[in-house]
Design a protein around this ligand. Structure first.
Ligand code: XUL
Ligand code: CO
Length: 445
């Protein structure tokens, strides 16, 4: 992929980022992510399918609840919103092609100016999308997913598909209809629903059952419309327990899987698991991935991390290689991505104000997942964890244990067996520390 430069170069002095290996002192080079290197049967690039997130990388300006913007973009000064969107699209494609990720993701209003009327909103978005399509064709960059922002505008303060006011639900549906047209036009591999305000803040004024039924109907209509216009991608739900809503209906993987199965949506919908959302719900990132994988519903990943000492969605770039190794173990165990990928739903810190910081942040995230991928593949190749894990369940492989798994023994049969076995069952070690040591040996050996 050669780098795309639009009307103007927005990241001057920074060329394409290449792999230079762990000894390199060049901060603008990959130390571990070597896209063409084979890991197992696939290249690193094909395993990891990295995407850049428009909202964090080309819109987020470092504001926090206590302070104003700290990060400026070259397009900030442009007063004409459509001209600004074009500049931003040029900047985005320059960044993405210099970094070398095969994919990107966006919300409607990250890329195009929002508007009150549906007609103007749609016109703005379609204008920008025509330009994005041309840039995709010129560069080979693909759309991993798009989505509709149905949480920032004040009309969505009580939710979108779960809003008690039907007019708001219909307005949200218009955004999703246009979003699916856009997904189809741009060949998106997935379409995402993150229910930022699909939840509630007070039970006494909320009919939870009715709201959840509305959400299911809404998603069903979206699925049917998408399929009717030829959208072949995967629909993804992104779980998150809270923030901005106090209680969000898509709390975690297990909750979403139950919801999808109950409403018969599990053939078209999968999950987009975000690391920091999993940790906010009290789980480890790998836990939520495994729950989704076990249900055959692991679709895609929003790569980031939280902060151990606070309980909100800090969206930091992933740098913790233990966490990426655990994540890649689950992903490889599940057979890897089909339509999904690793989207950096991550933002540089408020005080990382240089344009180069955007590169450092992504380089670090990509290197961390490359390290995780390498380690996970080594662990799998050496059969280390599998042997220990399989051995723990060996008593179910033969004899009465197998009969139990095969449904050939009833409760009385188990009772009789336990009675005849005598009183004491020897302790079997779970070998937790041994396994932790094995992971360190692979990582640093
Ligand atoms: C918010 C979040 C969103 C979704 C897309 O926490 O993760 O950016 O990924 O709406
Ligand atoms: Co996300």
């Amino acid at each position: 992929m050669s780098s795309f430069i639009g009307k103007k170069e927005y990241f001057p002095g920074i060329g394409p980022i290449s792999y230079e290996g762990p000894q390199s002192d060049n901060p603008l080079a990959f130390k571990f992510y070597n896209p063409s290197e084979k890991i197992g049967k696939k290249t690193m690039a094909d395993h990891l399918r990295f995407a850049v997130a428009y909202w964090h990388s080309f819109n987020a300006n470092g504001t926090d609840p206590f302070g104003a913007a700290t990060i400026q973009y070259p397009w900030d000064g442009e007063k004409n919103p459509l001209a600004q969107a074009e500049m931003k699209a040029d900047g985005a494609f320059e960044f993405i092609t210099k970094l070398g990720t095969p994919f990107y993701c966006f919300h409607d209003v990250d890329a195009a100016p929002d508007a009150e009327s549906v007609a103007e909103y749609e016109k703005n978005l379609q204008t920008v999308v025509a330009g994005l399509k041309a840039r995709q064709a010129a560069t080979g960059v693909k759309l991993l997913w798009n989505t509709a922002n149905m949480f920032s505008h004040p009309r969505y303060m009580n939710g979108a598909a779960t809003n008690p006011d039907f007019r708001v639900l219909a307005r949200a549906a218009a955004q999703v209809k246009v979003g699916l047209d856009v997904a189809t036009e741009l060949g998106a591999q997935n379409y995402v629903f993150w229910g930022g305000r699909e939840g509630y803040t007070m039970l006494m004024n909320t009919n939870m059952k009715r709201e959840q039924e509305h959400l299911a109907k809404f998603l069903t209509l979206a699925r049917d419309y998408g399929r009717s216009i030829g959208f072949k991608g995967t629909f993804l739900i992104e779980p998150k327990p809270m923030e901005p809503s106090k209680h969000q209906y898509d709390f975690d993987s297990a909750t979403v899987i139950g919801f999808l199965r109950y409403f018969g949506l599990d053939k078209d919908f999968k999950l987009n698991i975000e690391a920091n959302h999993a940790t906010l719900s009290g789980h480890e990132f790998a836990h939520d991935l495994q729950v989704a994988a076990d249900a055959g519903l692991l679709g895609s990943i929003d790569a980031n991390r939280g902060d151990d000492r606070n309980g909100w969605d800090t969206d930091q770039f992933p740098t913790d290689v233990y966490q990426t190794t655990q994540a890649m173990l689950v992903l490889l165990g599940a057979g890897g991505f089909a339509t999904g990928g690793l989207n950096f739903d991550a933002k540089r810190r408020r005080n990382s104000t240089d344009p180069a910081d955007l590169f450092y942040a992504h380089i670090g995230g990509m290197d961390s997942f490359a390290l995780g991928l390498r380690a996970a593949q080594k662990i799998i190749d050496r059969g280390l964890l599998k042997t220990y894990r399989d051995d723990r369940y060996a008593s179910f492989d033969t004899g009465k244990g197998k009969d139990f798994e095969d449904g050939k023994i009833n409760l009385k049969g188990l009772y009789d067996l336990a009675k005849s076995e005598g009183a004491s069952i020897p302790a079997t070690s779970g070998k937790q520390e041994l396994l932790e040591n094995l992971v360190n040996q692979v990582l640093f050996g």
